[in-house]
Design a protein around this ligand. Structure first.
Ligand SMILES: NC(=O)c1ccc[n+]([C@@H]2O[C@H](COP(=O)([O-])OP(=O)(O)OC[C@H]3O[C@@H](n4cnc5c(N)ncnc54)[C@H](OP(=O)(O)O)[C@@H]3O)[C@@H](O)[C@H]2O)c1
Length: 370
């Protein structure tokens, strides 16, 4: 395993971190049905191969991801790896909620302290909650009393908001969505460099756009030389950059874990040639010309009160551009509720980190598939 400096903290982290948001499940329609035995085996295998950073959050897998990570960290694994988890800022109504939820998380994780604690999925609105409920003061208190070691935030909004948040507190680290497609999206390349220049460690989430870059559209795939897999190109793009502290991957199978461990082993800053970087820019350009809904299947929008499987509906729609109408129709046909079941309650839109106008897109989807 290769290790990288984690900003100004003095801590060294593995180039690859384990994201516990897409753990294997026994029932694909039930996110809470974590395949415990396999998930623990995967996390421990990653730690045995040098991974020292495991990322979870209060809402992942309907609240069960933290419990699973707590179990995986037994039998001596807590001493070998650091834990990151997050405060669901959208559930905070008053200052006291901070301690209530952090203490609950410590219990679920079976630990006295969290190494990396993040204010989860900050955006303009949630920043108001941070200020109104004095969450920065609470973060400092938790650091002082030893319940958390390092304070950070994860982020989904525009660059201006990102810079404002970076400058508002003495953060140890931040977590941003970034990959070779999202160069100028949300925090983007400029945000990455900005945060790093201020001494923050930068953790990367959605390095494969939630899996889309593992099997990119054929047009994009053709632009990538077959000397590496599409996953390897996407991860190497990030490891190449000195500002990147760690890549989180939400691995769903043991095979994915093993592949990513292999890629991480050979990673280093400056590993790509100028030609490689140019080639990835071209691949991004091709991707940008395709009308693809930027859903990363994080499922924060779920459950839908009207029973739609929103991520899968978008997947079918995107396949009309990436795989052709016939294949897209086949997937669409498997959906129990079709796009016309959307009643435009907009509940999901408040939760979507990508700010997708979901109800509007559902109207387009109805038209496309009729
Ligand atoms: N703070 C936040 O707001 C936030 C938001 C999103 C994520 N996160 C964190 O960041 C972590 C990483 O984000 P992410 O899960 O979206 O990462 P990602 O790497 O973009 O997507 C993970 C998916 O990529 C595919 N994949 C991974 N490795 C592969 C391989 N070697 N070969 C083929 N496919 C592979 C799998 O998809 P399939 O299973 O479909 O094949 C996997 O579920 C999350 O797990 C979570 O811990 C945080």
């Amino acid at each position: 395993m290769q290790y990288r400096k984690f900003g100004k903290t003095g801590v060294e982290v593995s180039a690859l971190g384990f994201g516990a948001m897409r753990l294997p499940v026994t029932d694909p329609t039930d996110n809470k049905s974590i395949d415990e035995k396999e998930a623990i085996r995967m996390i421990r295998n990653a730690i045995d191969h040098g991974v020292n950073y495991v990322d979870t959050a209060y809402p992942y897998h309907g609240g069960l991801s933290e419990v699973l990570v707590g179990k995986a960290m037994q039998d001596g694994y807590r001493e070998k790896a650091m834990i990151a988890t997050k405060l669901p800022v959208w559930m905070v109504k008053e200052e006291a909620d901070f301690d209530r939820m952090l203490n609950e998380q410590l219990e679920k994780l079976q630990t006295d302290y969290v190494d990396f604690y993040l204010l989860h999925a900050l955006n303009k609105d949630r920043w108001n909650t941070v200020e109104d409920c004095h969450l920065l003061k609470k973060m400092k208190e938790a650091k002082d009393d030893g319940r958390i070691r390092f304070a950070g935030f994860s982020f989904h909004d525009d660059l201006e908001t990102f810079k404002k948040i970076v400058d508002s507190y003495d953060w140890d680290f931040c977590q941003i969505q970034f990959n070779y497609i999202n160069l100028d999206y949300q925090a983007g390349m400029e945000g990455l460099r900005y945060a790093a220049s201020k001494g923050l460690a930068v953790v990367i989430m959605e390095p494969l756009l939630g899996g889309k870059l593992a099997v990119p559209p054929v047009q994009v795939q053709k632009a990538l030389p077959d000397t590496k897999t599409p996953v390897e190109w996407a991860l190497d793009f990030l490891w190449n950059l000195p500002e990147v502290s760690l890549i989180l991957s939400g691995m769903s199978t043991m095979q994915q874990t093993q592949d990513n461990l292999t890629y991480a082993d050979r990673s280093h800053i400056g590993m790509l040639s100028e030609d490689d970087v140019e080639m990835l820019k071209k691949a991004k350009h091709i991707y940008d010309t395709m009308a693809i809904v930027p859903c990363t299947k994080c499922a924060y929008c779920m459950p839908c009160p009207f029973g739609l499987d929103i991520p899968k509906t978008f997947e079918a729609y995107n396949q009309t551009a990436t795989k052709g109408m016939d294949i897209a129709k086949e997937l669409y046909a498997t959906l129990e509720k079709k796009a016309d079941a959307c009643k435009k309650c907009h509940h999901c839109e408040k939760e979507c980190p990508q700010n997708i106008p979901i109800s509007q897109v559902m109207t387009d989807i109805v038209k496309v598939f009729s």
